[in-house]
Design a protein around this ligand. Structure first.
Ligand SMILES: Cc1cc2nc3c(=O)[nH]c(=O)nc-3n(C[C@H](O)[C@H](O)[C@H](O)COP(=O)(O)O)c2cc1C
Length: 372
């Protein structure tokens, strides 16, 4: 029974979708880091639903930091952030404890918590619980940016429509150019490298919503400016620690670093990233390995992709079971749901990536590294 992540900077997540409050405790962050409310609010706004491509449940996320921050600076003691739930319609969820939604966690929650779980709005499994992660992540993103480390994601593919990719482009081998692109993505409400595909993508998302269905996609994320030497050789490799966190984000079903599976069709002479000297810096000419060798960052941009599945709660009739009566039953889901998760998940991914990085960097260079 565990809801915490991290070794040096430990994040604990709590709350239920329709409970009074949801929240996060971050323990181990350096003292003296700036906590910028405008930035936290702008990050929360990126996760907030909007229009026909999102759920109609809009929460204003009026968070409160109840400990660990004084006069806008971290104290170094646990930071607790609370976010109230104000827009709930719990009656929509009553039958889901008995007739679970295919693709959601209603059935597995019942197996694990023996029926004592809170089923309202998906309870502790709801995408709603990612709001505190975004608030916590904003503090980490801000601290990392001051050390020259920039994170950003874009919707590489959704409902069969492709954006341009970072992998395979000059951005994957040039930290400075990548930072400029990530800055642009981080300003955008709908994060694309090539904005000309936006209307086609949104049309497909809206069409799925109109049919009572949902769509998935791929997020591509990059980290620019990360020093070489982060990650451990065996069990806590950079990829494994990062994936551990990424797979905690609801609806993420695949993570691929660099060219990942596509490397299996290459020759070694193609997939090896040749080294060269750029002044006194060691760089690689290509970046098929996504900035990681032997589980340790090599100083090139770190690039990875996450597969985000279609939203499980759809409005089409589905086959399920009645757990009380032990028989098959058709299910028609009510309630408010996202027809696609990907456009809201991208800031969640950036946030959890930042939380992993502050943890790993604190392990490598010490707690005060971020504040120096
Ligand atoms: C930002 C965000 C919003 C989400 N919105 C919904 C939603 O409206 N309806 C739904 O059924 N699932 C939604 N999900 C996904 C479910 O929480 C998730 O699929 C479920 O907990 C099962 O976990 P799994 O998909 O990782 O197996 C959302 C996830 C995220 C990250």
């Amino acid at each position: 029974m565990k809801n915490s992540f991290g070794t040096n900077v430990i994040v604990t997540l709590f709350g239920e979708s329709h409970g009074q409050q949801i929240g996060v405790v971050i323990d181990g962050l350096a003292p003296g880091l700036e906590v910028n409310d405008d930035f936290i609010n702008s990050q929360l706004a990126k996760r907030r639903p909007s229009g026909k491509i999102s759920t109609s449940r809009v929460e204003m996320d009026e968070y409160q930091i109840v400990s660990g921050v004084v006069n806008g600076l971290t104290t170094g003691t646990p930071i607790c952030i609370l976010i109230p739930n104000t827009n709930t319609k719990s009656s929509d969820y009553e039958k889901l404890k008995t007739v679970p939604r295919p693709g959601h966690a209603d059935y597995t929650a019942c197996c694990k918590y023996h029926g004592f779980q809170d089923p309202r709005g998906g309870g502790h499994f709801s995408g709603r619980i990612t709001a505190p992660l975004v608030a916590a992540g904003a503090i980490a993103i801000d601290a990392l940016a001051k050390k020259g480390i920039v994170i950003g994601s874009h919707i590489a593919r959704c409902a069969g429509v492709d954006d341009k990719k970072i992998m395979g482009s000059n951005l994957a081998v040039d930290n400075d150019e990548l930072k400029k692109t990530l800055a642009k993505l981080n300003e955008a409400d709908f994060a694309l490298i090539d904005d000309s595909v936006k209307s086609a993508m949104i049309e497909k998302m809206e069409a799925a919503a109109a049919e009572g269905d949902s769509v998935g996609g791929v997020l591509e994320t990059a980290i620019a400016g990360l020093p070489a030497g982060i990650g451990e050789p065996w069990f806590d490799t950079f990829e494994s620690v990062m994936s551990h966190m990424l797979f905690s984000v609801p609806a993420i079903k695949g993570v691929e670093f660099g060219d990942g599976f596509a490397m299996t069709d290459m020759m070694g002479s193609q997939s090896n990233d040749s080294f060269y000297m750029d002044g006194d810096k060691v760089k690689t000419k290509t970046n098929h390995n996504g900035g990681i060798n032997g589980g340790i960052t090599n100083g090139m941009p770190v690039v990875f992709s996450c597969a985000v599945k279609p939203t499980p709660s759809i409005y089409k009739k589905q086959d399920s079971v009645n757990l009380k009566e032990g028989k098959n039953e058709e299910l028609v889901i009510e309630g408010r749901h996202d027809p696609a998760i990907i456009h809201r998940a991208r800031v969640v991914v950036d946030s959890v990536v930042a939380l992993v990085l502050v943890d790993m960097l604190s392990g490598r260079y010490g707690t005060d590294y971020l504040a120096d």
